[in-house]
Design a protein. Structure first.
Length: 146
């Protein structure tokens, strides 16, 4: 005579349980993966903003007289949708034409409309856009002061 254990036998209402568990687990993993991708894009873009501001300071330290060239140099480094501000002197009041060796230069780069691609991040933060900004300080190297 064969002995069967009651807990080994299959229960008929559990036939699709593993498929449902797989579907729920897969959805949770996809949402986590999409969140990681969006946050990685955010980190990459913020580092790009910082690097563009630094590049603008390096460019402006050698060519301080033309702020339009500095702004276009920064926008070529990133994209044309960013806002770029160039300031000379401690308080930003020095004119670019009077900037000479030792004059502080500050470049601020901002992206007021960084878009998230996943809607659930917007639900957490209260919107699908976030404002990013970065600034970098330096000193004008040329021309020599009169």
């Amino acid at each position: 005579m064969k002995a069967t254990l009651p807990f080994v036998s299959k229960v008929k209402h559990e036939h699709g349980q593993s498929l449902v568990e797989l579907a729920l687990g897969f959805m949770i993993l996809m949402v986590l993966l999409a969140g990681i991708v969006d946050l990685s894009r955010l980190l990459f873009y913020s580092v790009s903003l910082r690097d563009a501001a630094e590049e603008g300071v390096h460019y402006g330290a050698l060519r301080p007289a033309n702020t339009n060239d500095i702004i276009s140099h920064v926008k070529v480094t990133l994209d044309s949708s960013v806002n770029v501000t160039v300031a000379y002197g401690q308080d930003g009041s020095t004119l670019p034409t009077s900037a000479c060796t030792g004059t502080p230069i500050k470049i601020e780069v901002s992206q007021p409309h960084f878009q998230f691609s996943m809607p659930f991040i917007g639900a957490i933060l209260g919107g699908q856009e976030i404002s990013l900004s970065s600034s970098y300080n330096g000193v004008v190297l040329r021309p020599a002061c009169p």
